[in-house]
Design a protein around this ligand. Structure first.
Ligand code: 1GP
Length: 239
């Protein structure tokens, strides 16, 4: 088994939730990286739905200079790659029916990932209604799922297809984060780690999300506005 996934899997088996800080290269803030070093942050996800000025490669290099926290690429498209990352979430947008985001972009990215031997974690990416049109929704031209049954069935299909992780995404800056009851139901139906993110902007939401069974919790947007919330959030986790 591979290195990063081994750690994720081991925490999943021990029921120890992990905290992920999402770094958007366009909004890079070195102070957040430095603060994360003294908090219970398990991983950085680096990526963005659409990058304008930021570069994945440069961002990862800077983070590596200042932190030992493993970096996992969370790619918005097939160009967001770097051999410097510790792993990549190899996402397929299973909530949508756009072939480019189901398999097309993966085909384009695959040769680089294989050649550079980047640890690849196949991830079923499920966009759930977050009541704010997300960047993912706009760029991929897909609709989020809002029926509990279809979300659960998509997660089950993901496991049966061999995905290593399910990611329930409400969209960055979502008005409504993923519903607690939904997390519990999805958890009951799958036996692989579950990532939850989107619109988690305070400690209470984070606490409820991990109590409901999320194995990895992703926080991005709110920390771009207030890095100090990380200190409080990190108290919910152990390292
Ligand atoms: C978005 O799930 C992540 O892809 C994190 O969402 O930016 O709303 O924290 P936020």
């Amino acid at each position: 088994m591979s290195n990063i996934y081994q750690k994720i899997s081991s925490s999943y088996k021990k029921n120890q939730p992990q905290l992920v800080v999402l770094i958007d290269p366009d909004k890079f803030n070195l102070q957040l990286i430095k603060l994360a070093n003294s908090c219970n942050v398990h991983y950085f996800f680096v990526g963005g739905s659409k990058l304008t000025n930021g570069s994945i490669e440069k961002t990862i290099s800077i983070i590596k200079k200042h932190s030992k926290i493993p970096i996992i690429i969370f790619p918005g498209d097939e160009k967001q790659l770097s051999a410097k990352a510790d792993a990549i979430l190899f996402l397929s947008l299973l909530s949508g029916r756009n072939p480019d985001y189901l398999i097309g972009k993966q085909v384009l990215a695959a040769p680089f990932i294989k050649k550079k031997k980047i640890e690849c974690i196949s991830t079923a990416y499920i966009l759930v209604e977050g009541y704010k049109k997300s960047a993912t929704q706009k760029i991929t031209n897909t609709q989020p799922l809002n029926s509990t049954e279809s979300i659960i069935n998509t997660a089950i299909a993901a496991e049966l297809l061999g995905f290593k992780i399910v990611y329930l995404e409400a969209g960055s800056g979502a008005k409504k984060n993923i519903n607690i009851t939904l997390i519990k139901k999805v958890k009951r139906n799958i036996n692989i780690p579950l990532i939850v993110g989107g619109g988690i902007d305070n400690v209470a939401k984070a606490e409820q999300t991990i109590k409901a069974g999320s194995n990895m919790l992703v926080v991005g947007n709110v920390l771009e506005k207030n890095i100090h919330l990380l200190t409080q959030l990190s108290l919910l986790f152990k390292k």
